[in-house]
Design a protein around this ligand. Structure first.
Ligand code: ZN
Length: 321
């Protein structure tokens, strides 16, 4: 069983689906690669964003509920997610976000700059420069010039009352090691060139649990290459005392879920079959896709879902003063 190969996808809750598309697809340049429904609640969208083809480690997904009330962060939650950018893209992103009316803060973390801002539902996003980011599949028709495109996930920050049990899990089950520490932030990484290899644990003793709502990150999914490796993880997590679900067929990948000791919902997802099983690269995301077991209810489902307007992409200026 090889160590975990970074993050596979991150799933969050949004309010208005149109506002969600406008922000991620049009402003951040994360292509809407799959428009489908929540398989457990097919009257709700499940929107997937990523690089051009949704490479594992770039896929951010949302369940948008129009009238969902705003969440409030607490312990046992993913408090922020970060994308990687190249070091010479900091200025571009600071200016691009400001021009879109988005408040952006520049901070120093582990002696390097980072940009922090929030999405329209209040979900905390970070852009973190890396000298040699992993390869992604650039979306040529997107709004962001190639040199400044987001390079997939950098990682996530988990807010925890106690970090030791989660740290043990990351080290003993997933192959991560403690790479750095600054105040109450403990950075775990694995030795891999995969995308999304960083998990920061933020120690927040005594912080109550949050209120789940729009802007809350529902779960984070780690990557495994295939079904046999997923089964090996399933067995070793059971032996470690985790309550792991049976394998769920998510159409584009196979998933198991468990709550890690700090309370955050973790998933382990397979790389395959992937997002190209029911669409071509050119058409990805453009039409509503349903799994075979919901196809007979298509007319009913389409009548419930709010329409999403697909606006033309406006190219961001390649360089700002
Ligand atoms: Zn998931």
């Amino acid at each position: 069983m090889q160590p975990i190969q970074g993050l596979h996808h991150i799933t969050a809750v949004a309010g208005d689906p149109q506002r969600n598309v406008d922000f991620y697809h049009h402003i951040l340049g994360q292509r809407l690669i799959k428009t489908t429904v929540n398989f457990d609640d097919p009257g709700t969208y499940h929107l997937y964003y990523g690089d051009e083809i949704g490479t594992p480690g770039t896929a951010l997904t949302f369940f948008p509920w129009l009238h969902m009330r705003r969440g409030r962060l607490g312990s046992g939650e993913t408090g922020a997610m970060a994308y990687t950018i190249t070091p010479d893209s900091i200025g571009f992103w600071r200016d691009h976000l400001k021009r879109q009316g988005i408040a952006v803060e520049e901070i120093q973390r582990f002696s390097a700059p980072a940009l922090i801002f929030a999405d329209p539902d209040g979900m905390q996003l970070e852009l973190i420069p890396e000298e040699a980011p992993a390869e992604i599949r650039f979306w040529q028709d997107g709004p962001i010039p190639e040199q400044h495109a987001l390079r997939g996930f950098h990682g996530v920050t988990l807010w925890l009352n106690e970090i030791e049990p989660t740290a043990q899990l990351l080290q003993k089950q997933f192959g991560y090691r403690l790479a750095n520490q600054q105040e109450n932030r403990f950075r775990f990484q694995a030795d891999s060139q995969a995308i999304g290899m960083t998990i920061d644990l933020l120690h927040k003793p005594g912080l109550p649990r949050g209120d789940f709502g729009s802007g809350s990150i529902h779960h984070i999914a780690f990557r495994t290459q295939d079904d046999p490796e997923q089964l090996a993880y399933w067995q070793s997590l059971l032996l470690a005392g985790m309550h792991v679900t049976p394998v769920q067929d998510r159409q584009y990948f196979h998933s198991i879920y468990f709550r890690e000791p700090g309370g955050v919902l973790f998933e382990i997802a397979t790389d395959g079959p992937g997002f190209l099983i029911d669409e071509t690269v050119e058409t990805m995301g453009s039409a509503l896709r349903l799994p075979p077991w919901h196809e007979s209810r298509r007319a009913e489902i389409e009548s419930i879902l709010p329409p999403i307007e697909r606006k033309p992409v406006v190219k961001a200026e390649p360089s700002y003063a």
